[in-house]
Design a binder for this molecule. Structure first.
Ligand SMILES: *Cc1c(COP(=O)(O)O)cnc(C)c1O
Length: 431
């Protein structure tokens, strides 16, 4: 039989670099042919050969209700009939922002944009504009989109600033970006002691989903907050992935349970809040947000920002996930997946550790959960690739790289989880 995925991939590679419009889709890490998606419904999608997969990517997070949720579909269709884009304000933008403010009381105001990258980049400019400072801290293994200043890896020492991780980023552009080890309190304290008064912000994924699933420890997060406050730097939470995904109130609500009164200064959102449409946001306290144009000197703009179809999709999604019981059920489903996988691995004698929060999970072929990027990267890559392809053959689609998180939706059933665990048990036995 002709593999239609292969046919499409061959054709795509002629006209699109690598055949994909975002690198990880190309299966470079795991090898093999990317699956071209024909359609999706609920917890499943079908590839070009009409093979069905249980979907644990959900567009890398946004599809928290599963694909084609009827209420979302209706809202999008209705909005589309009223017009695609106006370049003038609409009421739905206010409604969406009001909904976000209700879920995350750390913010007084929000600006809508079209991608997480744009939101992160704008939040950074805002932090620099509001503080009048240039330097920033980020952490190894955290991804904040592909803006120049954030494509940085650690330099040779603490006193030195980062090196670009991409060609095309001049060293001068990242010379103000300090890259530290995640969960390392000593390094954090040293960095603030050296540069604290020049720091505009500290940007962090509170639960890092771009190195699979690594939580910032509570003591580490507490210290981040204290040092930012002490030195007048803004604590910027990149919740593009975790926002309305790990809890309705996002990761900041998870940390507020352990650290009384905890709040970030600025929050960056995307993915779930757009429900699968290009929509993202950043927000914070009024005094900071009023630095933005047209009120303040920090310029930021967008032709499609607050797009009427995207806001309809995001609003309907937020409405559904705000219903009583939605997150409890989602968390229980995710937990049952993680527990099932852990038991199956133990039975097969495969080193395994896993964690989850709300509808987001991660697992490692390591005996213990890693606390930073270097540890994540010690995970057994050939074994992961075997696991990935074994699951794929059995109709289970997880992220095609060991440093990516997984996502469960409200459409995943107990049967889907049982089928997934069964497939994993078969593959573990062969590792
Ligand atoms: C996905 C992601 C981004 C980038 O969002 P895009 O919409 O892909 O530009 C930024 N930060 C985090 C934490 C993300 O997971």
């Amino acid at each position: 039989m002709t593999d239609l995925n292969q046919t499409l991939f061959d054709r795509a590679r002629q006209v699109i670099p690598g055949g994909v419009n975002s690198p990880v889709r190309a299966f470079r890490a795991v090898g093999g042919t990317p699956r071209f998606v024909k359609r999706a419904q609920g917890a499943y999608f079908w590839d070009a050969n009409d093979k069905r997969y249980i979907d644990y990517i959900g567009s890398w997070g946004p599809m928290i209700l599963g694909h084609g949720h009827p209420a979302v579909l209706e809202a999008v269709q209705k909005a589309a009939l009223d017009g695609f884009s106006f370049g003038a304000p609409t009421e739905r933008e206010i409604q969406l922002v009001e909904a976000l403010l209700k879920l995350m009381p750390s913010m007084d105001m929000v600006r809508l944009v079209s991608s997480g990258t744009e939101a992160g980049m704008s939040a950074l400019r805002l932090a620099r504009g509001a503080t009048g400072r240039s330097k920033i801290i980020k952490f190894e293994g955290c991804y904040h989109g592909h803006a120049d200043a954030l494509l940085v890896k650690a330099g040779s020492g603490l006193a030195t600033f980062g090196n670009p991780t991409s060609a095309g980023v001049p060293p001068e552009v990242v010379q103000h970006t300090l890259v530290l080890e995640y969960n390392n309190i000593t390094q954090l304290e040293e960095a603030f002691a050296l540069h604290g008064k020049e720091l505009a912000c500290l940007m962090i994924e509170p639960i890092a989903g771009n190195m699979n699933f690594v939580r910032a420890s509570v003591p580490f997060m507490k210290r981040c907050r204290e040092l930012c406050t002490q030195y007048g730097a803004l604590l910027v939470f990149d919740e593009v992935m975790t926002g309305c995904r790990v809890a309705l109130g996002s990761a900041q609500s998870v940390y507020a349970k352990s650290i009384p009164g905890f709040e970030p200064d600025v929050t960056v959102l995307g993915k779930v809040i757009g429900g699968g449409m290009p929509l993202a946001a950043f927000g914070g306290k009024r005094a900071v947000m009023e630095q933005l144009a047209p009120l303040g000197p920090v310029y930021q703009a967008g032709t499609l920002s607050g797009n009427p179809v995207a806001t309809a999709c995001g609003l309907a999604t937020l409405h559904e996930i705000s219903k009583p019981g939605f997150f409890d059920a989602l968390s229980a489903t995710t937990r049952s997946l993680v527990d099932g996988l852990t038991q199956a691995a133990a039975k097969a004698g495969v080193p395994f550790s896993a964690d989850c929060e709300g509808g987001m999970f991660g697992f490692f072929l390591l005996p213990e959960l890693p606390q930073n990027y270097a540890k994540v990267m010690t995970s057994d890559s050939p074994k992961f690739n075997k696991l990935f392809h074994g699951l794929l053959d059995r109709g289970v689609y997880i992220a095609p790289a060991l440093y990516e998180a997984g996502f469960v939706s409200g459409a995943h059933t107990a049967q889907d989880i049982a089928d997934t665990v069964q497939a994993a048990a078969e593959v573990f036995a062969s590792l």
